[in-house]
Design a protein around this ligand. Structure first.
Ligand code: RET
Length: 280
């Protein structure tokens, strides 16, 4: 197989077709992908089981976490299967190579999952905090628009990561503009949310902002992963492949599950402050 045959596919396939993958790189990727969807199922149970811990007013936050968990579970499951069918072990060479006649590996399942989860995660906080200045419907629409545009442009860009580096970077840059708008809006929401609530609640919101900022920045990092060590650098190989899926999994667990747990903690605290008592 010549490298040209792989078209617009992701760099994982190019590595798998040329040098192949070691047992360790193949298995670590497979395991970290499996961990990813297992955590979503565990999170699903957590958000269902804790719904009565918050007053009626805040329950939409748990419900949106449930929606996020179900969609992430299914898409990450598909992503993990895509990995195991795309590569096969070659006993003669003692390494994994791209399998003949199977689908190539593509990170696109993730992007389609974000298309559902990003708007949900952004809306979720609007059910817990109260905006003091901004109009709720305006923030919601801007979250929706920029969140979706960020993903669609990034999704197009990732097809070009090997075949056309310029297009890859241009689409990535366009996506980043929308990303910066989302960050700006989130900071505004959190600042307004802190107004007029007790110090403990403000502290939780500070933590949510830090978690949000770090976990969301991991996604563009994973997009750029093969080139973070330079073009043809030290990550344009199986280390970059494992590193990318690890980064995505850490980002998924923090931006979806831990974020949902922190918002739940804030909702529990506010419920208690407002006189809500957990009943059996
Ligand atoms: C892309 C393309 C390259 C530039 C940027 C990106 C940002 C992606 C982000 C994704 C967040 C996803 C979340 C999913 C949770 O379910 C699209 C990789 C900036 C921020 C939070």
């Amino acid at each position: 197989m010549t490298l040209q045959d792989l078209g617009n596919s992701n760099f994982e396939n190019y590595i798998g077709a040329s040098e192949g993958l070691s047992e360790m790189a193949y298995q670590m990727t497979s395991h970290v992908l499996t961990l990813g969807y297992a955590v979503m199922l565990a999170g699903l149970l957590y958000f269902v089981l804790t719904i009565k811990q918050v007053s009626q007013k805040y329950r939409m936050s748990n419900i949106l976490s449930v929606v996020v968990m179900v969609s992430a579970f299914l898409l990450l499951y598909a992503q993990a299967n895509n990995w195991t069918t795309s590569f096969e072990f070659d006993a003669e060479r003692g390494r994994y190579f791209l399998a003949d006649g199977e689908d190539l590996f593509n990170n696109g399942y993730r992007y389609l999952n974000w298309l559902i989860d990003v708007p949900m995660l952004l809306f979720q906080i609007l059910f817990v905090v109260s905006l003091t200045k901004s109009k709720l419907s305006s923030v919601r629409n801007q979250f929706w628009f920029s969140g979706v545009m960020m993903i669609v442009t990034g999704y197009i860009g990732q097809f070009y990561e090997v075949s056309n580096l310029t297009l890859f970077l241009v689409w990535g840059a366009v996506s980043t503009i929308f990303f910066l708008h989302v960050l700006y809006l989130m900071k505004k929401v959190i600042n307004e949310g802190k107004e007029g609530i007790p110090a403990k609640g403000q502290k939780i919101l500070n933590n949510i902002w830090i978690l949000f900022l770090i976990s969301w920045m991991l996604y563009p990092g994973a997009y750029l992963m093969p080139y973070l060590g330079g073009v043809d650098g030290f990550l344009y190989n199986e280390s970059g492949i494992v590193g990318r899926q690890m980064t995505y999994t850490i980002a998924d667990v923090t931006s979806k599950v831990i974020y949902g747990v922190l918002l739940g903690n804030l909702a529990m605290f506010l419920s208690k402050e407002e006189g809500y008592k957990v009943t059996d």
